[in-house]
Design a protein around this ligand. Structure first.
Ligand code: HEM
Length: 526
């Protein structure tokens, strides 16, 4: 009997391609007509044009050049078109900012205009269902969520739970010592860094933690944040810019819907547990969820609001800090002279009888410089989270129409030879005289003196930067204090390729973490 053939993944992909092809032809006509007869949105009332940029293909624009390592294409175009240029992707106009002064002029000085977010189909509408702080437009809902988030993330709040960050950093080093068999067995530090970041966020958001990298929540939470990054690259999803694709079944829409469901089930489920425990009169540690439940009536947050706000913390606060610890671990074995200088500084300032603490940071400028240099060389979000403008704006003679998506091209800014000499070399010395925290450096009057742009800019700047800096400091200074980090012979570490689409971390690698002396075991209490 003849049966309908089973639809395989390749069938679905071919059908999608066919639909895209048909849609391309139709849209090409629309595109030609629109650009032929309607240039109104491309010029302001005085006739000032939008900045130039690459000429893309009909329908999809410059999309094919941005599918892998988009920051490299943005960098190449910035050399050709200058520090502010346009890129068209489907129906969306982007502008790419590659200069600190332009970033400041638009995102800081004109922050009331340039602090909104475009409601992208996948990220904002499908995965976050119009909620959450990260993707919401610049409105009262965002202000409310930002205020609630700040209550747990500003520097004063971070002081109140620094003991948690301190504890998790020690656990990280203990686990690396133990599972790396005191330097006898090769170890991949990546999942350990992931669990350290995860535990910090779990404690802040839910007042809980995992007790081992084998705990099921570790794999689940890390998978959810990685899937989020891979579904929401700012310039990587055709579905966001070709409205037709949003109406037909396609793998990205399916993944987005599934991710929304998984986030609400996982983090919404954890909220319901806390609600039940509070109702039963149990003692629940102070955490974001407890605050939200207790202030629910005055704040008017529903369950979905809370689940998505928690998801934003669990996504924004885990993959990011873990990625910095991972890049550090991948880089340092290749630079024994950097490591030797770091060890000498630690031994001189901290000694061998205790672990470094947050109070030591100001006295350890070289370790501080190593961290800034890792962040300059390996920003986990080269494209950041784009802003959008709520009204037309003309700047330096270029028209920026309302609803343009503005991307901070941090790759180009971090590799600008006039600011960072010999920019492709890993050289912590360049930050030796910069004793600012990145959260302080972001407020410097001269934007060319800012250390790096990893945390974004303006009113949407990362509110998690205080906690991020502190946890990264504790983890990295303690790993350096405890271990000689060495490459495994015959297993070179790839520092060029990345894992992940938007949030980037090194491809899996192994190193040897040799305890520096007998004191390590004693101080770690093992
Ligand atoms: C290395 C660590 C981190 C990096 C590189 C990073 C980077 C960023 C960037 C680039 C933005 C967008 C800024 C802009 O729009 O200009 C952002 C926003 C955000 N980050 Fe972070 N982040 C980090 C850690 C954290 C942590 C630990 C949290 C804690 C929950 C966090 C929570 C958020 C939130 C909620 C937003 C959205 C802010 C808004 O739209 O108003 N981030 N982050």
């Amino acid at each position: 009997m003849w049966r309908l053939p089973q639809l395989t993944r390749s069938h679905v992909e071919s059908m999608t391609q066919l639909v895209v092809l048909v849609a391309s032809v139709v849209s090409a006509l629309v595109w030609i007509l629109r650009h032929r007869f309607s240039s109104a949105r491309r010029r302001d009332a005085q006739g000032k044009p939008i900045p130039p940029g690459p000429i893309g293909l009909p329908l999809i624009g410059s999309f094919p050049f941005l599918t892998k390592y988009p920051e490299l294409s943005l960098d190449t175009w910035s050399q050709k078109f200058g520090p502010l240029y346009s890129v068209q992707l489907g129906n969306q106009l982007f502008m790419i900012i590659s200069d600190p002064q332009i970033a400041k002029d638009l995102m800081v000085t004109n922050g009331s205009i340039f602090s909104s977010r475009k409601e992208m189909f996948l990220k904002s509408k499908t995965i976050f269902a119009g909620r959450g702080i990260t993707a919401t437009p610049y409105n009262d809902t965002w202000r409310q969520h930002r205020r609630i988030a700040a209550g747990w993330l500003m520097s004063k709040a971070v002081e109140s739970y620094t003991h948690v960050l301190d504890y998790e950093a020690t656990v990280l080093v203990q686990d690396l010592y133990h599972d790396g068999q005191a330097g006898c067995a090769p170890i991949n530090p990546q999942p350990y860094a992931g669990r350290c970041s995860l535990n910090n966020m779990l404690r802040i958001v839910f007042g809980t933690r995992t007790d081992s990298i084998r705990h099921p929540l570790v794999a689940k939470a890390l998978r959810l944040s990685r899937e989020f990054m891979n579904c929401t690259g700012p310039m990587s999803n055709l579905t966001d810019f070709v409205p037709l694709l949003q109406r037909i079944p396609n793998p990205m829409v399916t993944r987005g819907k599934q991710l929304h469901k998984d986030l609400v089930e996982t983090y919404g489920g954890m909220i319901l547990d806390i609600q039940d425990r509070l109702k039963a009169g149990e003692d629940v540690s102070d955490c974001l969820v407890k605050t939200m439940i207790e202030t629910n009536e005055e704040e008017g947050l529903d369950h979905l609001d809370m689940a998505i706000l928690c998801s934003a913390f669990m996504i924004g606060g885990v993959e990011t800090t873990a990625s910095i610890m991972q890049w550090f671990s991948a880089l340092i074995p290749a630079y024994p002279e950097v490591q030797a200088k770091a060890h000498a500084e630690l031994d001189r300032v901290v000694g061998r009888g205790r672990l470094p603490t947050v109070e030591d940071e100001k006295n350890l400028p070289y370790i501080h410089a190593i961290i800034k240099e890792v962040e300059r060389c390996h920003n986990p979000f080269w494209l950041g989270t784009p802003h959008t403008n709520v009204q037309d704006f003309t700047y330096r003679g270029w028209f920026i129409p309302k609803d343009t998506v503005l991307v901070l091209n941090t790759f180009t800014m971090h590799h600008d030879a006039t600011r960072h000499a010999d920019p492709y070399t890993f050289n912590p010395d360049r930050y030796l005289h910069d004793n600012t925290l990145s959260s302080e450096s972001a407020n410097l009057a001269n934007p060319y003196e800012r250390d790096h742009w990893m945390f974004g800019a303006g009113r949407r700047i990362c509110p998690g930067m205080w906690v991020a800096e502190r946890e990264v400091w504790l983890a990295i200074s303690r790993m350096l204090w405890a271990f000689e980090m060495v490459e495994i012979p015959g297993e070179p570490i790839d520092l060029r390729e990345y894992d992940g689409l938007s949030g980037r971390s090194p491809v899996p690698f192994r190193i040897r973490l040799a305890p520096r002396d007998e004191q390590v075991k004693v101080v770690l209490g093992l």
